[in-house]
Design a protein around this ligand. Structure first.
Ligand code: GAL
Length: 407
């Protein structure tokens, strides 16, 4: 099954002549056009520093992480692997399978230069185990300027009611109002967006971080679930199974009006030579104080007995954390460099807006997987997807959500 998932596995930029420096195989799931352009920045910086970057890109986060874990257990670990900044790597930390990055953390002053939700996730029992590469915000609302124009939407929606009003106008104009990739993780994003925008920081944290049963079973969460299900009436019938970048392509072509997705979608707009604020718009949240859901990507380094692998890993930390690499990568990736003191002047208008919001600690919250274990997160996803795709009642969906967050 995994065979077909391997989009490519190659040494970016390797020449026929044998490279002298250390060689690092890197597993990640950056396979869309924009994502590949971004990861090539990392590969070429690594190559320029004398290393060989062996690129193993596997489509789909869940699949890529499964391959990494299988390979580690089977004794064939890559030099580095992508994980979300999350609890996804807790088990392999527990099993002492990852290199500790305490020296790097000290040198880079991670404690004071990274946002708190990130430090709290990559530092486990006082030790650092993951090297953050970027910060994404997973619930941006993107829109096609051409579609908005066609539908007569003159003003960006600023409340949930205005969001639905804009979706109605897009529908009336004969467009697909909401481009959606019908995969469980993307449905989770729609729900998280509505929970944050309708419930604010407090309700979001009570549900996703504190897993408070009273809050989860409350009337406000019921309203969020109803709004989530209402979104489905704006989605086209071909959405089940669609990849997120194919949904973004519907905005690029002007066929669809909006998409709620992480800012990695921006890489697809850039690839299509579209400019933010001109050809497409980005809305970080509905309302001046809407929470900013921080998520990101990190590389972890499986422990190795081989000196060459350890050398390759060392070179990776040095090259990938260099400010120039961070900026060139994040620019194409659509994300913000993880350091709060990074120079954001070269980033696009959406990223600059995001970076400014992120500096306000009162608006920072973690994306669900920052707080939930992979099992809990998976159970939430299953409950939401079942509700989205069947005729399940809202009462049943709320009970299923509460059950998913009970353990
Ligand atoms: C996320 C990841 C992003 C982006 C996205 C879609 O998990 O954080 O970097 O790759 O998946 O592929």
């Amino acid at each position: 099954m995994f065979k077909q998932l391997f989009a490519c596995a190659m040494a970016f930029g390797a020449t026929s002549a044998q490279a002298a420096g250390p060689s690092a195989e890197v597993i990640h799931w950056w396979t869309s056009g924009g994502e590949s352009a971004a990861v090539k920045q990392l590969a070429s910086a690594y190559r320029a520093a004398g290393g060989t970057w062996i690129d193993t890109a596997i489509a789909g986060g869940e699949q890529a992480r499964a391959v990494t874990l299988n390979r580690m257990v089977g004794g064939k670990a890559p030099a580095a692997a992508q994980f979300n900044i999350s609890k996804q790597f807790l088990d392999i930390v527990d099993q002492d399978m990852l290199v500790q990055l305490d020296d790097v953390a000290r040198q880079e002053r991670w404690e004071s230069t990274l946002p708190e939700p990130i430090v709290n996730t990559i530092r486990i029992d006082g030790h650092y185990y993951a090297m953050p590469m970027n910060i994404h915000m997973q619930t941006w609302i993107w829109y096609s300027s051409a579609a908005f124009k066609k539908a007569g939407i003159a003003k960006e929606p600023a409340t949930v009611d205005e969001l639905f009003a804009a979706l109605d106008k897009l529908k009336a104009a004969g467009l697909v109002p909401l481009a959606h990739g019908g995969q469980a993780w993307q449905e989770h994003i729609l729900f998280a967006s509505l929970l944050a925008n309708m419930g604010g920081r407090q309700l979001y944290l009570q549900v996703m971080r504190d897993r408070e049963q009273r809050a989860i079973n409350s009337e406000p969460v019921r309203k969020v679930l109803l709004a989530f299900k209402r979104l489905q009436s704006y989605v086209d019938p071909a959405s089940p199974g669609r990849n997120w970048n194919d949904a973004t392509a519907m905005l690029v072509s002007g066929k669809a009006g909006m998409q709620i997705m992480g800012d990695w979608a921006k890489g697809e707009f850039s690839n299509a030579k579209m400019a933010p604020g001109v050809d497409y718009g980005c809305i970080a949240g509905l309302g001046a104080n809407s929470p900013y859901l921080i998520q990101g990507d990190a590389f972890v380094f499986p422990r190795s007995e081989q000196a060459e692998v350890r050398q390759a890993q060392k070179l990776m930390t040095k090259v990938l954390l260099a400010p120039a690499t961070q900026v060139s990568f994040n620019k194409l990736k659509g994300s913000v460099p993880p350091r709060v003191d990074a120079d954001t002047s070269q980033l696009d208008a959406c990223a600059r807006a995001g970076a400014a919001i992120m500096r306000d600690r009162n608006r920072q919250v973690g994306a669900p997987e920052i707080y939930l274990t992979p099992d809990q997160n998976g159970a939430v996803q299953d409950a939401l997807t079942a509700y989205w795709n069947t005729s399940m009642t809202v009462d049943k969906a709320q009970k299923a959500l509460a059950a998913a967050l009970r353990n």
